[in-house]
Design a protein around this ligand. Structure first.
Ligand code: HEC
Length: 212
């Protein structure tokens, strides 16, 4: 065989072999060079590559002990359920004992999350209600007797879980931000912000937890 042809054939076979080996498609990752670069040797919390034979469900991460609350997160724990009974029970809740109303903050958060429907002054004239008037609440605005009489706890409950056409705001407002918004709604309604009867579930409980 001619020498040049032999070299050419060897070259073609060699590159074909290389290409076919490193090809990754479907479930085949192809050849991995230095897999230690991709997969940590240690047990990573979210890694599920190798099932962990010591822990339940083969996961690396342990479940927290039942009832565990992360430090400083107690006020995220809201014990009332998203149902009729929870809503009624929320009537007895009030602002946390160490709550102080930050007017500017309440106004700012209200402007971001609520005014689009309820309007800047709480007159139910936000752009959404103007366009889709069918979803407007039965009461005219926050100045209505219904909202004036509505307890802070119920407003907090509704902001947390939503009600009919109003969605939950739990993912966008922290519990303390929700209380600020509640106070601002009370302010718009003209009823005073009554923080004298603290809620049974107080933010200061979480402070105790931290120091214990
Ligand atoms: C998408 C529009 C929309 C947004 C945004 C919205 N709401 Fe509402 N809200 C509604 C509707 C609709 C109702 C009437 C619910 C019902 O009673 O059927 C309502 C009801 C309420 C009530 C009365 C609750 C009750 O117990 O009857 C309060 C108070 C309230 N909203 C406050 C807020 C606050 C505070 C925010 C911002 C964090 C907010 N809303 C954001 C649409 C909205």
């Amino acid at each position: 065989m001619n020498k040049a042809l032999l070299i050419a054939l060897l070259g073609i076979t060699g590159s074909l072999t290389l290409v076919s080996c490193s090809k990754s498609r479907g479930n085949n990752t192809g050849i991995e060079y230095a897999p230690d670069m991709y997969y940590a040797k240690g047990y990573e919390p979210f890694q599920e590559k190798d099932s962990n034979k010591f822990n339940k469900f083969g996961s690396n991460m342990r479940e927290p002990v039942k009832g565990t609350v992360a430090i400083g997160k107690l006020d995220y724990h809201y014990d009332l359920d998203n149902n009729g009974e929870g809503y009624e029970a929320s009537a007895s809740r009030n602002f946390p004992s160490d709550f102080t109303f930050d007017f500017a903050k309440g106004k700012r958060l209200y402007g971001i999350y609520c005014a689009v429907c309820h309007g800047a002054e709480g007159k139910n004239d936000g752009s959404v209600f103007q366009r889709v008037s069918a979803i407007k609440p039965p009461w005219s605005g926050y100045q209505d007797e219904y909202i004036k009489a509505l307890s802070a706890g119920k407003i907090f409950h509704v902001v947390t879980y939503g009600k009919n056409n109003m969605g939950s705001h739990a993912s966008v407002l922290t519990p303390s931000e929700r209380w600020q918004v509640v106070a601002y709604v009370k302010e718009l309604s003209g009823s005073s912000v009554n923080t004298s009867t603290p809620s049974t579930q107080t933010v200061s409980d979480s402070t105790n937890l931290e120091t214990n």
